[in-house]
Design a protein around this ligand. Structure first.
Ligand code: MG
Length: 208
């Protein structure tokens, strides 16, 4: 299934908001990644020369099966066919400079290979997406831990909010935000993002 867009949610876990020194949002914070940033399990994350620090962010991804707009919260999960593990790779220095200047984050988030996505698992094979442990390791060393129960805006709310403004289409991906513990990726690293009950996504990191 072709992916038309990746809708990402920023600042959806309190501990991560604290570590980024941001304020808790009143409504979901949304941004997009282009479909050209997608890579699969095992493919390399490629860091372009001269962009400064690049961070990992483990997230639960929702994959749209049935499109729609103005989707009600009570119907939201019927529009999701699969879930997966996502790593919202971020050029943090580029993002920080943009934030400071009041400019968009598109480049910091949308570079080629900055959207690793794991194996897609049918939603009905996952126990409960509202209480899944998330975890991330770099070279086997533990970096991030959280649980989807800690989301400020749960999946139903995100789907309803996004689809009020952007039509969701089959194949679209929604990345639901990262817990705390984000940190740097360096060439030679291997990053492993896990959502328990969904799977593990493993990617080596190289200079481009
Ligand atoms: Mg993120």
């Amino acid at each position: 299934m072709r992916c038309g867009k990746i809708v990402c949610v920023g600042q959806n876990y309190r501990e991560h908001i604290r570590e980024m020194r941001s304020d808790e949002p009143a409504e979901p914070v949304l941004f997009l990644k282009p479909s050209t940033s997608l890579i699969s399990d095992g493919e390399a994350i490629l860091i372009p020369e001269g962009i400064g620090t690049v961070h990992h962010e483990v997230e639960l991804a929702l994959i749209v099966g049935k499109g729609g707009r103005d989707i009600a919260e009570k119907d939201a999960l019927s529009h999701i066919s699969q879930v997966s593990v996502f790593n919202d790779v971020t050029a943090r220095d580029v993002q920080s400079a943009a934030r400071k200047a009041g400019l968009p984050w598109a480049l910091a988030k949308g570079m080629d290979t900055f959207a690793p996505l794991g194996e897609r698992v049918p939603l009905d094979r996952v126990p409960d997406i509202h209480s899944l442990d998330l975890e991330l390791r770099v070279n086997g060393e533990f970096r991030q831990k959280g649980n989807t129960a800690q989301m400020i805006f749960p999946p139903e709310r995100l789907i309803a909010h996004i689809s009020r403004f952007m039509t969701l289409e089959p194949g679209d991906i929604i990345a639901t935000g990262t817990p705390s513990g984000v940190g740097p990726l360096r060439p030679g690293d291997v990053v492993e993002a896990t959502v328990h009950g969904v799977g593990t996504l493993r990617n080596p990191v190289r200079m481009r």
